[in-house]
Design a protein around this ligand. Structure first.
Ligand code: ZN
Length: 139
């Protein structure tokens, strides 16, 4: 069994935004020496998340809206403590709920996704440049 890691950079353009990173991942993995196994996609950030879902323009907006407003009810019980430091508690908390990684099988040099599945990065504290690590384990 072998393992390899590469990464891609993703530029985000808004405070809250959904970006389909599947095409960039497919491109980055074309030359990987590992052809079959498990792909771990992960971010080294605390204010963006990764999910597997459909890449529909309406859903991209809906996920951004979810990320922006999911925690609105919590604000009624008082301000977030972390907002006293850098005013982005909502981004940290929502990223914690979404998670910082997704795993998918990797077959014949490409991620094995369902017809409607894509790997989406949810930016919650942009605009920023995000590093997405691609770790392959297999043969
Ligand atoms: Zn912060």
């Amino acid at each position: 069994m072998a393992a390899s890691t590469t990464s891609i950079r993703v530029s985000t353009h808004a405070g809250v935004e959904t970006i389909n990173i599947t095409p960039a991942i497919r491109e980055a993995l074309k030359e990987a020496s590992i052809r079959d196994g498990l792909l771990l996609v992960s971010v080294r950030h605390t204010t963006c998340g990764l999910i597997l879902n459909e890449d529909d323009p309406g859903l991209r907006t809906d996920f951004a809206r979810l990320a922006e407003h999911l925690l609105d009810p919590l604000r009624s019980s008082g301000p977030f403590e972390h907002d006293q430091i850098d005013n982005n508690a909502r981004a940290h908390l929502t990223a914690g709920l979404m998670g910082a990684s997704v795993q998918v099988p990797f077959v014949a040099g490409a991620p094995s996704l369902g017809s409607w599945q894509n790997i989406l990065l949810i930016e919650m504290d942009g605009p920023r440049t995000r590093q997405v690590d691609l770790t392959l384990v297999g043969g």
